[in-house]
Design a protein around this ligand. Structure first.
Ligand code: ADP
Ligand code: MG
Length: 730
């Protein structure tokens, strides 16, 4: 009898899985989309129908233009919201927020309030809509909240619509909220995002005004393409590393990996497709505009892309996407893996963050126009982004720095850790011409005159033309491709919005000055653009970002190459960073320091969990299996010898290889245990750096010995589901 029962049971369960009984929402599958989409959302349409006109108008102004909300409006909105939710079966409401854990949190309250007579009446007032008081002490604050001051509060974000979460046993009204300390400091990912959107809007409107636009508000837009893995739950439960760390800490490369490239856009297995369909239905009900689904490069890897929305809503929706995918996958016996690198040696998962700016008149500000006037405006916004990334690429890098993404960035299938911009040949040519146009030695014919020339039609990048770039212009938006699959897209957008706000501020200031001095806008732009480009062009790179040559070239250009989380995070607390975020009111110095602490803690904790698991799996699963096999081989040799025959060299060689590799495993495990037991002296950074420099390599050594044993030990003794099984048995 094989000892590895968990693994064998998993295989049996997977192969006998059937679709029977897994059509819970067949009725809904057949419903037309318009009957499904947004049914669980307290949407604009619902508000228009249910709120008195003047209230609806006041609220709309807040939602669309970021105007402050009159508190008297809240009570009326709360009543309408409660009635709507109760009609849909809701018994509870929760303030739904995004603390620094990177997940979402909820604190449920009943609509019922005790009445004087002791019976319960339903109640939910403006006060409860606008403010909640969850116990903040259980969420990371990075030192902002002293332990005796455990209070934090949640504040309604009317710009992201409330929604109803369904559960077979009841439904809950969820109210998107920001989460702050009583001293007003942000404890979450939403507050600074809203502040950064505001900062960008102010500066962008200043620039638009110069072009004669009547726009009063600019919002940033986001469309995150989400990559993920789905594997059978039975395999998952047989892998303590997947359960506790979200990634495999052991596992030899399978004989068939992604070499055949037969998975990408291949047909989707029936069970997975059924799961995707149900996920989409659930997301439609929540008003999430899911658009495409397809297989990704790696086996068992997939992608889901929504239609872009305003940044804040897109961020909330991406959190809902990740949660809904996980919940629905459960129903199909599948486990969702959002980790950036669940399987070493196999393609990792990212989240391509498509980003742009749009005004309240419906114009995409990164869309090249048809007229010279529009193009001048487009080029200004484009230059603002280029300049922002050139100046603050280090901060964009910080926004994607955490343990999981360390496995992906620079791993020759994801963008490198060097932040550069891809423009494409045509736009590059235009930018080159503009730069020349401003130089003293203007070559006749070869330059582009802003406000006069019409741009050629730029090709829309289908997304694959230069997959190696971390930050690519794709026709009418930028695509930040270095974002990790599991992370909230809030952080990267906070940085993007703030650095672009700064660029726009400087541009507006320069142009306003010229115009005040009586100069003409086009000539001012014609003078400013070449300067901006000359200052920033070192960040533009259209070649292969994976190549060695680029690493050398980038170094020559002085672009930072922060290879790991630990290399990158200190840039967050640099004077440049503190001045920037402070100037635009996005994060105070105290908030930056608290976040820095949280990020370091998080890194240290992740490595700590992984190292404990590595030790546990090595000692309690791999070593016993290897020793059993060693005994079997030794016994076989002894049996032969007992018959008087000499054991063949190959068998004694196998035995020695086993003995040696087992020793390697034990030695490496001991070394890791020692490394884990020691500490670095000093602050959180010193601790995190120690984890990176001492514990990570020690973990890799244990893994190397473990993976070697996987290639030696009898298959029926091997305790862990293999890469082959997890990725290919569906
Ligand atoms: P591509 O083929 O270049 O990838 P798609 O139209 O498929 O373009 O878009 C990819 C993602 O980019 C989608 O999630 C889409 O919603 C998003 N996107 C498109 N336009 C914008 C925009 N103006 N702002 C933000 N995201 C956008
Ligand atoms: Mg794309």
């Amino acid at each position: 009898m094989g000892q590895s029962t968990a693994r064998q049971n998993a295989i049996n369960a997977v192969t006998s899985w059937s679709m029977d009984g897994h059509h819970p929402s067949l009725k809904e599958t057949r419903k037309p989309l318009r009957e499904l989409f947004g049914v669980n959302v307290f949407s604009d349409e619902v508000m228009r129908n249910r709120l008195p006109e003047h209230i609806y108008k006041a609220l709309s102004k807040t939602i669309k233009k970021g105007a402050p909300l009159d508190p008297s409006v809240a009570d009326i909105v709360a009543t309408a919201m409660r009635e709507w939710a109760m009609e849909r079966g809701a018994t509870h409401y929760t303030h739904w927020f995004q603390p620094m854990t990177g997940l979402t949190a909820e604190k449920h309250d009943s609509f019922l309030a005790p009445s004087e007579a002791g019976s319960a009446i339903t109640e939910f007032s403006g006060k409860e809509l606008v403010r909640g008081e969850p116990d903040a002490s259980s969420f990371p604050s990075g030192g902002i909240r002293a332990t005796f001051e455990a209070r934090g509060y949640t504040a309604w974000d009317p710009t992201s619509p409330a929604f109803i979460l369904e559960n077979p046993n009841g439904t809950t009204l969820c109210i998107p909220t920001a989460f702050c300390s009583w001293t007003g400091e942000a404890l979450d990912k939403k507050t600074p995002l809203l502040r950064s959107m505001d900062a960008l809007s102010k500066q962008a409107v200043r620039v638009l005004k110069l072009f004669g636009s009547e726009a009063t508000h600019v919002s940033t837009t986001a469309g995150p393409e989400q990559e993920y893995f789905l594997i059978d739950k039975n395999f998952y439960f047989a892998r303590p590393d997947l359960i506790n760390a979200g990634r495999t800490l052991f596992g030899a490369k399978p004989p068939k990996g992604q070499e055949m490239e037969d998975h990408y856009f291949g047909s989707i297995p029936e069970r997975v497709l059924a799961c995707m369909l149900e996920t989409e239905i659930e997301l439609y009900k929540l008003g999430v505009p899911v658009k495409t689904r397809h297989n990704e490069v790696a086996p068992a890897q997939y992608e889901l892309a929504p239609i872009f929305e305003s940044a804040n809503v897109a961020t909330d929706h991406n959190m809902l996407v990740m949660e809904t995918m996980k919940r629905v996958a459960d129903r199909y016996g599948l486990q969702l893996l959002l980790h950036e690198k669940p399987f070493a040696g196999v393609n990792g998962s990212g989240k391509h963050l498509n980003w742009s700016m749009g005004d309240d008149l419906g114009n995409n500000l990164l869309k090249p126009g048809d007229t010279p006037h529009d193009n001048a405006q487009f080029l200004i916004f484009l230059a603002a982004v280029i300049r922002a990334v050139a100046k603050h690429g280090d901060l964009l890098r910080v926004s994607i720095a955490y343990a999981g993404n360390d496995h992906r960035l620079g791993a020759n299938e994801a963008p490198p850790a060097i932040i550069s911009i891809f423009l494409g040949d045509m736009l590059q040519d235009i930018v080159d011409q503009i730069e020349k146009g401003g130089a003293k030695s203007t070559k006749a014919g070869g330059t582009m005159t802003v406000g006069v020339s019409v741009l050629p039609t730029l090709p829309r990048d289908p997304g694959d033309r230069n997959r190696t770039s971390p930050f690519a212009f794709t026709g009418n938006k930028f695509e930040f491709r270095a974002v990790g699959s599991s992370q909230s897209i809030s952080g990267p957008q906070i940085v993007l919005n703030t650095i672009v706000a700064e660029s726009l501020d400087e541009i507006a200031t320069a142009l306003e000055k010229g115009i005040a001095a009586g100069k003409d806008l086009n000539s001012e732009i014609q003078a400013l653009l070449p300067k901006l480009i000359a200052e920033s062009k070192h960040v533009i790179f259209n070649g292969d970002n994976y190549s060695e040559a680029w690493h050398a070239e980038a170094e020559k250009r002085g672009l930072p190459n922060r290879r790991s989380t630990i290399d990158s995070l200190p840039d967050f607390v640099s004077p440049k960073s503190i001045a920037l975020f402070g100037k635009y009111g996005v994060l105070s110095a105290r908030e930056i320091h608290s976040r820095y602490e949280i990020f370091l803690e998080n890194y240290k904790k992740t490595i700590n969990i992984e190292s404990q698991l590595t030790i546990q799996i090595a000692k309690r699963m791999i070593l016993p299996a290897a020793l059993r096999y060693q005994a079997e081989v030794a016994q076989a040799i002894a049996n032969l010898k007992a018959t008087g025959a000499t054991a063949p060299k190959t068998q004694t060689a196998l035995l020695s290889e086993l003995v040696e590799t087992i020793e390697e495993l034990e030695t490496a495990t001991d070394a890791l245990t020692e490394a884990v037991d020691e500490h670095a002296e000093g602050d959180t950074f010193a601790h995190a750096k120690y984890s990176h420099e001492k514990i990570v390599p020690a973990m890799l050594a244990v893994r190397a010995a473990g993976d070697k044993l996987e290639g030696l030990v009898a298959d029926d003794l091997w305790p862990l589901p293999t890469y082959q099984e997890m990725l290919f048995i569906k």
